[in-house]
Every structure is written in structure tokens, then in C-alpha cells.
Design a binder for this molecule. Structure first.
Ligand code: AKB
Length: 341
């Protein structure tokens, strides 16, 4: 059996999970163990050492995982996104908060047992921000990590609280217990993603989904009615950059990290600009705007862009896919090829 350390990926079957598995496999440093509610598709299984189909709320299963694998890094990707979360806020809380608490407890128990800090990489989101009005959104521009933290969705509230939980476990866990000073603590590293766009998968359950949905519909010659207005603006990122950011944060020396959670940015554009780019690439695309007031309100509460100076300074974050490269070299050719097969 290989003595490479283990990276555990929860929510492995989701958008980020599938790309991350490919990247971790190509990297070669880790044996990959995955956990997701649904079984991992055949294509990804040979890339992994072990794949588990199960629920992150199942504490017994998590204990089994920790007992069988010397996990060095956890990528905790499993989550219920913002639109699904508004349809079932209690379920969102269970998965996004209680599930995260179970994973943190598992990683902390392992850190203490192995006497070294298990890295806990946690994708958070621009949904942790909540800006009351469009005028304030415009005035704020590129938001910094401590600004505007009044999320209006259950998902945003959950992500913000989970960031605090991670910080608590890393710095203050069981502060009153006698052995606290000598016990290794987990090493929490959070990253606030913009709306992500993958050429491989269409997202489900999110509110930034209008961007990727527009592109994937156009490539299939399907009409698309966009659920936000043309002026709606948030930051987006191409999936290869999201995976690169996770790996960059994983590899950053602990002593250089000054924040529990970092913004990462790539580009920002309005829904109208998104539609124009899609129409340029797919001239027959039929895109109309039919805003859904509640979903549009969520997008309006998110910042129009993020200031990621801290990530650039602390761990050399730099996106490789600006807006032109993301569309011209990654999204459009890959999505076109995908539907021509
Ligand atoms: C969502 O729309 O809920 C997510 C996010 C921005 O975190 N894509």
C-alpha cells in the first residue's frame, strides 16, 4: 500500500469536486478518498483510492473514515447552495452547519490523535456578504473580507457561521481543558468563491447559476430566460481557477496566512454583458430577461466584485483566466465540443 497521505473530498460528485479529483490525481501527492451522497461516476473512480456513498450527517460513517485513513487534508465541498437553501432552510442548516461541524470534529479528533494539524480547506462564498441596497453595492465596489457581512440567505448565513466555526476550532477549541496547549489543532483555511462556471457541468441549486445556464443553453441551441435583470452584476470565476485556488491555499505555509477566509477574484460582469459574450460565441442564441424578484434580490445583495489583495499578498493568488481567456480559451470551446459529441 502506498504511504502517500490521504486527501478526503466531501461533495466529491459536485461541480468543484469532480474537477478537484482530476487535479489531485494529476498532482499525485495524495491518495484520494471521496464522500458524496450519490456514488461517484465510473469515470472518476479509478482516480480515487476509495469512494464512499454516504451522508456527512452520519457521524458513525465519519468515525469509520477517520479510523481507516490517515487523512492529511480535508476538502469539505458538500453544501446546499443558495436557491435550494431558501426552499428548505432547515435542511440547508443541517447540511451546511451541522455537517460542517461533524467534519470539523472529525478533523480535530484526527489532528489530536496523529499529533499534527489536519488541513481543513473550506469553500465559502460571496454569499457571506449582504449589501442592503443597489446604491450601497455600487458605492462599495470591490468588497474586502470584513465588509458587508450581513447575508440575506440561509446559505450565506451558514457559510459565514461555518467560517467562524473553523476559526474557533483552529484557535480556541476547548480553551478550558487542561491539555489544550499541547493538543494539535486542525488548520482551517477558508476561501470565498464568486459564482463558478464549469465547461463540464451545469450547476444546480445556486443563484449565480444564470451565467453557466445561459452558456450551456446556447451551446445546445435552447432558448434561455434569465432570472435576473440585465444590470445584475457579480464576480465569476472559471472552474480551473477555482481548483487552482484550492490547491494554492492548501500549499500555502501556515505562517503566511493572516485571515481565516480569503476572497478570490477573477472577473466581474453584468448579466447583459454575459449575454453579449454568449451571443458572440453562439450567434443563434435566444436569451431573454425574465427576472424572478426573489432570486434577483439575492444576486443584488452580493457584491459586484471582490478585493482579493489579502490572498494575492499572503499566498500569491493570481487568477489565470481573466474574462477573455475564460470565455475564448476555456468555456466556449469546451462547451461547444461537449454538446457536439
Ligand atoms: C450560489 O449561487 O449559491 C453559489 C455561490 C455564489 O456560492 N454558486
Amino acid at each position: 500500500m502506498s504511504n502517500r497521505p490521504v486527501a478526503l473530498v466531501t461533495g466529491a460528485n459536485g461541480e468543484i469536486g469532480r474537477s478537484l479529483i482530476e487535479r489531485l490525481h494529476a498532482d499525485g501527492r495524495y491518495r484520494i478518498v471521496t464522500l458524496d451522497l450519490s456514488p461517484l461516476p465510473e469515470r472518476y473512480r479509478p482516480l480515487c483510492d476509495e469512494t464512499y456513498a454516504g451522508n456527512i450527517l452520519d457521524r458513525y460513517l465519519l468515525d469509520q473514515l477517520a479510523a481507516h485513513h490517515e487523512i492529511e487534508a480535508v476538502f469539505h465541498l458538500a453544501a446546499l447552495l443558495s436557491t435550494r437553501g431558501e426552499r428548505d432552510p432547515e435542511l440547508a442548516h443541517q447540511i451546511n452547519v451541522e455537517g460542517t461541524l461533524h467534519l470539523l470534529r472529525m478533523a480535530q479528533t484526527l489532528s489530536a490523535r496523529l499529533d499534527r494539524s489536519v488541513k481543513f480547506i473550506f469553500p465559502s462564498s460571496i454569499a457571506v456578504y449582504g449589501i442592503p441596497t443597489l446604491a450601497e453595492k455600487r458605492a462599495l465596489g470591490r468588497v474586502r473580507e470584513p465588509q458587508g457581512l450581513e447575508p440575506i440567505t440561509m446559505y450565506g448565513v451558514n457559510k459565514l457561521y461555518a467560517e467562524h466555526l473553523g476559526r474557533y476550532f483552529m484557535r480556541h477549541y476547548r480553551a478550558l481543558s487542561a491539555n489544550t496547549e499541547r493538543t494539535a489543532r486542525l488548520d482551517f483555511r477558508g476561501i470565498r468563491f464568486p459564482g463558478l462556471i464549469s465547461a463540464e457541468t451545469v450547476p444546480t441549486g445556486g443563484t449565480s447559476d444564470y451565467g453557466p445556464e445561459m452558456l450551456h443553453a446556447a451551446a445546445q441551441s435552447k432558448p434561455y430566460a434569465c432570472f435576473v435583470g440585465p444590470e445584475a452584476q457579480i464576480p465569476f470565476m472559471a472552474m480551473p481557477d477555482a481548483v487552482a485556488a484550492l490547491m494554492g491555499l492548501l500549499d500555502a505555509p501556515r505562517e503566511s496566512l493572516t485571515l481565516p477566509s480569503y476572497n478570490v477574484g477573477a472577473f466581474s460582469l453584468s448579466a447583459a454583458e454575459f449575454a453579449t459574450r454568449v451571443k458572440n460565441a453562439f450567434p443563434g442564441a435566444e436569451i431573454t430577461f425574465a427576472p424572478d424578484a426573489a432570486r434577483a434580490r439575492i444576486v443584488d445583495s452580493w457584491p459586484e466584485d471582490v478585493d482579493d489583495t489579502a490572498a494575492r499578498t499572503d499566498w500569491n493568488w493570481a487568477p489565470q483566466y481573466g474574462i477573455d481567456r475564460a470565455f475564448d480559451e476555456y468555456l466556449v470551446p469546451s462547451i461547444r465540443a461537449r454538446y457536439q459529441k
